[in-house]
Ligand binder design. Sequence first.
Ligand code: RIB
Length: 302
Amino acid sequence: MKKKVLVIGSINMDLVTKTSRVPKIGETLIGEAFFTIPGGKGANQAVAATRLGAEVTLIGCVGEDAFGNQLTEGLTKEGVITSYVKPVTHTTTGTASITLSNGDNSIIVVPGANFAVTPEYVQSFEQVIAESDILLLQLEIPLESVIEAVNIAKQHHVKVILNPAPIQTLPKDLLEKVDYITPNEHEQELLLNSPELTEEELKSVKARCIVTKGSKGVMLYQDGVEKEIPSFEVDVVDTTGAGDSFNGALALSLSEGMSLEEACQFANAVGALSVTKLGAQGGMPTKAEVEEFLKSRKGEDK
Ligand code: RIB
């Protein structure tokens, strides 16, 4: 039976400009190409886990506009359960303006309808949360809604992965409750610099961190010792959504009972494959594609 992954998070239209370099302040630059591509950390993670074989429900909001309709239709076609993606009228669908230069990106997100995912909206899905095998969250919806979701999940003994992106100061109480935290290196630095945390609490947060380091793979802290799980070398087209692919894969593999190390190895492969095509969701592989890739690269991640 398929595992139930629940994602509560953002749905954006990515407005991607491809350029040879990033313009300086005040400079006008002629770009190479422009694309509108489905994105949003929540939606991306939902698609990643769906392609890998999970039953994924996404709770989120879009605007009642062309982007909103297009994104919801696209997610439904992917097989994501979108019954709880609500169109709202008071604001527009979330957007992310992305500058893509030499495979790397910089992003400005305008949350729009993503901020209509209120704590009350989350609360109305208590039963859906309770019936999930794992809950996956990011920080592109209001922090209070993330806190509400985590509290409900914990009441019902549902495991929680928090991808703290984009990073902000997080309350101690939230950090104490989540089972896995998946910052990148920059996010981890801010996360662990919280003056609110005592030495002991810091240790406990660190022990639950899975730090994504791009092409260098991931870092775990096992019994206080750092353990690196290397990734795979691939030809990079677009790194947008690599972290989301990793998180979606991690949710699927942990819910299927893989050990943390196995889950990270699998998710590393998914992240590596995801950057070989354009767009956040463009390169996200199916399970069969990951297995084929792992077979062809046996031993490379050692
Ligand atoms: O993680 C990549 C995502 O961040 C993009 O798809 C964009 O929408 C922003 O949310």
